[in-house]
Each structure stands twice: as C-alpha cells, then as structure tokens.
Design a protein around this ligand. Structure first.
Ligand SMILES: [Zn+2]
Length: 69
C-alpha cells in the first residue's frame, strides 16, 4: 500500500506483508520495524496513521521532519 514517506513526504510503498518500506523519491529502503521506529522517533502524527490508517490525516504533518537527519 502507499504510505507517506517519512523522509521526503512523497509516496512510499509498504509491502503487503509489511516486510519492507521503499520510496522511489528519496531511495528510502528499510524494514517495517525500522520504519516504525523511524516515524515514531520523528513525529507522533505518523504513529496515529499506522494505528488507524483509515483516518485521513494527510497533509497535517507539523513540518518537524525537515529537521530530522
Ligand atoms: Zn522518500
């Protein structure tokens, strides 16, 4: 499924079996476990998305990701 890349905020691909997350935009390539840690470390908004993906929070990121890395 498509998810928001935590790094470049474009579309990333989450494997159907949750085994990996990849983004063509910035080359992000990590396991889902790493992805969860990544986004949890970054912005609590993303953990909400992961917990309830049906909720529409698209575009509500606070912009704090810009400072990561
Ligand atoms: Zn990306």
């Amino acid at each position: 499924m498509k998810i928001k890349c935590p790094k470049c905020k474009k579309d990333a691909e989450l494997a159907p079996d949750f085994s990996f997350v990849k983004c063509d935009g910035c080359g992000l390539d990590m396991s889902y476990g790493e992805y969860v840690k990544y986004v949890a470390h970054n912005d609590a908004t993303y953990t909400d998305i992961l917990g309830d993906y049906a909720g529409s929070t698209e575009g509500e990121s606070s912009g704090t990701l810009d400072e990561w890395d």
